[in-house]
Design a protein around this ligand. Structure first.
Ligand SMILES: [Zn+2]
Length: 185
């Protein structure tokens, strides 16, 4: 397998071998948000599912005829979808906007794709706040998905204030000590 490539400069190149084995794939636009993120692995997995539209939201379950009620489990008003739940939903908006306020980011919460684009823009900035925002974004998606499932399977959810505290705690547990002060409110 492309043996001459690894020996082309007279010596064996582990780097060339590695790149060859890795293969060439197009870079996905959301890579910085998911890959350069210190959030917990489980929250990154749920975020990855959300990015790929693979979460079992009610709009998808209705398409398969599994459920007939498509109302959002968080607000009980609008149709449930990834775009709505993160972060157009009135409940989710309270959570996300409060977290943004803690980071002193003045922004109105929009649909998932818009917030993902915003997180991508922030990921290009080498400042502490952008790292905290990326982690908070993943933890918020995870916490809201857990709350959605709590409503469906248990019947109740926590208040938006409690979820904000949980997100801040999760981010604070994994961020650098020098950045914790940015999460105090
Ligand atoms: Zn909703």
């Amino acid at each position: 397998m492309c043996k001459q490539l690894f020996f082309s400069t007279g010596g064996y190149s582990i780097r060339k071998m590695y790149l060859c084995l890795l293969g060439q794939f197009p870079k996905v636009y959301w890579r910085r948000v998911v890959c350069n993120n210190f959030a917990s692995p489980k929250s990154l997995f749920i975020l990855w599912l959300a990015v790929h539209g693979r979460l079992l939201t009610k709009d998808r379950l209705m398409q398969w005829g599994i459920v007939t009620d498509g109302v959002c489990s968080l607000c009980g008003v609008d149709p449930e979808s990834v775009q709505h739940m993160f972060f157009q939903c009135s409940y989710a908006r309270q959570v996300w906007q409060k977290f943004l306020q803690i980071l002193h980011i003045n922004r109105s919460s929009q649909a998932f794709d818009q917030e993902l684009q915003f997180a991508m823009r922030m990921s290009k900035k080498c400042i502490a706040v952008s790292k905290l925002l990326l982690a908070g974004f993943a933890e918020a998606v995870y916490c809201l998905w857990i709350q959605r499932n709590q409503r469906v399977f248990v019947g109740h959810i926590q208040s938006a204030e409690q979820i904000v505290k949980e997100i801040v705690f999760k981010v604070a547990c994994r961020c650098r000590d020098s950045d914790i002060a940015l999460l105090l409110y």
